[in-house]
Ligand binder design. Structure first.
Ligand SMILES: CC(C)(COP(=O)(O)OP(=O)(O)OC[C@H]1O[C@@H](n2cnc3c(N)ncnc32)[C@H](O)[C@@H]1OP(=O)(O)O)[C@@H](O)C(=O)NCCC(=O)NCCS
Length: 180
């Protein structure tokens, strides 16, 4: 997957405030949370397993790269998760190829409070304004029940299920936001 193809849209956007969170580009102060997130076995249960913490520490640049389409979700001044919007150029399913792809990873201590839903809804609303008329796809393991619930809550519906990475995957799509 490549960066979000933003065309003329500037990145990062001005920070987006939701009821409880701020969505913004990544900053140097996020590094420790990035390491926690990327090396957490719990977070990677359905993502093929986490990399060892020492490896993440070694490979992560001093400041996490502020990549277009990578939103940091901040709660009370600290990063609690990531919302990712990427152009799925090399997706293995034709229905998803070339479309924008949503991903989300939150620190376990922030699960079960609706933060992921709040952050993703805000990122999708931003996208509807920045790049109107784009459908968004999402791939998740069907066994990942928290992720499946979140996808449904955000308005994704099933395109197909397929076998990959030793598990059944669910491909969902969300039509463009009406009027956007
Ligand atoms: C997928 C993931 C982001 C979901 O996180 P989550 O916290 O369960 O998701 P939500 O933000 O939708 O929160 C949902 C829960 O918060 C509860 N909640 C508590 N307070 C709430 C509030 N004020 N508003 C909304 N929901 C609230 C809801 O009841 C809901 O619980 P339920 O699902 O048991 O009914 C998280 O499990 C994760 O980071 N997993 C690892 C990464 C991953 O697998 N990503 C998927 C592949 S892209």
């Amino acid at each position: 997957m490549e960066d979000l193809d933003l065309g003329t849209v500037a990145w990062p956007p001005a920070p987006i405030r939701t009821e409880r969170l701020v969505l913004r580009g990544s900053r140097e102060c996020d590094r420790a949370a990035f390491v926690d997130l990327l090396s957490s076995p719990e977070v990677h249960t359905y993502l093929g397993g986490a990399r060892p913490r020492a490896q993440v520490e070694r490979e992560l640049p001093g400041a996490p790269e502020d990549r277009p389409g990578t939103f940091v979700a901040e709660l009370d001044g600290a990063m609690v998760g990531l919302v990712l919007l990427r152009r799925a150029t090399g997706h293995r399913r034709p229905a998803a190829t070339g479309r924008l792809d949503l991903g989300y990873l939150f620190l376990p201590r922030a699960w079960g409070r609706g933060y992921a839903a709040e952050a993703c809804a805000a990122a999708l609303a931003w996208l509807a304004g920045a790049l109107p008329g784009e459908a968004v796809v999402l791939t998740t393991q069907s066994a990942n029940t928290a992720s499946m619930r979140l996808a449904a809550k955000l308005g994704f519906t099933e395109v197909e299920r397929f076998q990959a990475w030793d598990a059944e995957q669910w491909l969902g799509i969300r039509p463009p936001t009406p009027g956007a």
